[in-house]
Design a protein around this ligand. Sequence first.
Ligand SMILES: NC(=O)c1ccc[n+]([C@@H]2O[C@H](COP(=O)([O-])OP(=O)(O)OC[C@H]3O[C@@H](n4cnc5c(N)ncnc54)[C@H](O)[C@@H]3O)[C@@H](O)[C@H]2O)c1
Length: 335
Amino acid sequence: MRVLVTGGAGFIGSEYVRMLLASGNSDPADPPVCPSAVTVLDKLTYSGNMNNLTPVREDRRLRFVQGDICDPALVDEVVAGQDVIVHFAAESHVDRSIAGAAPFVTTNVLGTQTLLDAALRHGVGRFVHVSTDEVYGSIDEGSWTETWPLAPNSPYSASKAGSDLLALAYHRTHGMDVVVTRCSNNYGPYQFPEKVIPLFVTNLLDGGTVPLYGDGGNVRDWLHVHDHCRGIAMVQEKGRSGEVYNIGGGTELTNKELTGRLLEACDAGWDRVVPVADRKGHDRRYSLDISKISAELGYAPSIDLDRGLAQTVQWYRDNRAWWEPLKETGTAVVG
Ligand SMILES: NC(=O)c1ccc[n+]([C@@H]2O[C@H](COP(=O)([O-])OP(=O)(O)OC[C@H]3O[C@@H](n4cnc5c(N)ncnc54)[C@H](O)[C@@H]3O)[C@@H](O)[C@H]2O)c1
């Protein structure tokens, strides 16, 4: 099986590539996806990083193509001969989308359409579209099932909703084999230090302060990136065509509770926290119902937040050479 991974040099895409290429000698909890070839198509924007693929660089099954998913000629060439596309490439940071929405619409909507057209032309077996729980908007009580109406609030989530619906439309209109995943907030190693967990951890490890939005009461469901990728692999292998699968089931925390855990993990006190004005249009709470993927595909998260956060903080302690150069290009905002 030949797999094309777009955005495979980013945080989650690179975890997926590392997981795919480790199949057979990895965690027995990992789904057995054994590709004969993995092609990564990535533009290497500020958040794409070849160092994320260092652990699998020597694997002969891996081919890296630097390029834009909005480039029809390149996409056509790369998509030809693929059995499966797993589509991660996106502009991914909400705060950047508030500062300027154009690249979000271009990459997330037009780029996805360019890939879908190429997949249709070449008869690719399956298109896995990686979406986000942010397409549902914000929920005060209860949890979203996959049939919940989409009501995105930020330019980022609106552009993701556009691409999510386009992918489903290619299934309904053209009969393409499309599956969509919608996941909650991810954390783990190799996450660009503009998102809240790596931003806070690296600031604290450097002896600095951390910016906490508003009253700190916004709630997010935190899922380890490896559990997200396990869920995607299950959907890739066994998900029903045309279906959407929520992936979550980590731990819901307010930003203030999360900050408390990160301060503790980094041996720092609340004097290091600087309250900042709330993000415009800040979604209050995200919460996913994961009964569908659990019942149909046997998914359950395997890494609890305490263990995952401890491992993640340790990873940032051990890998200064990875993140120190990136801090200069990151923005000091909460993701
Ligand atoms: N981070 C999360 O918590 C989270 C949660 C749910 C879903 N998602 C989705 O998962 C996917 C990956 O997110 P991430 O956190 O790894 O993001 P990321 O920003 O770390 O990685 C995005 C990757 O896409 C590449 N890219 C951007 N524009 C491109 C283009 N035009 N052509 C080719 N490559 C391009 C970048 O170079 C980068 O390698 C996104 O689609 C995002 O919406 C993320």
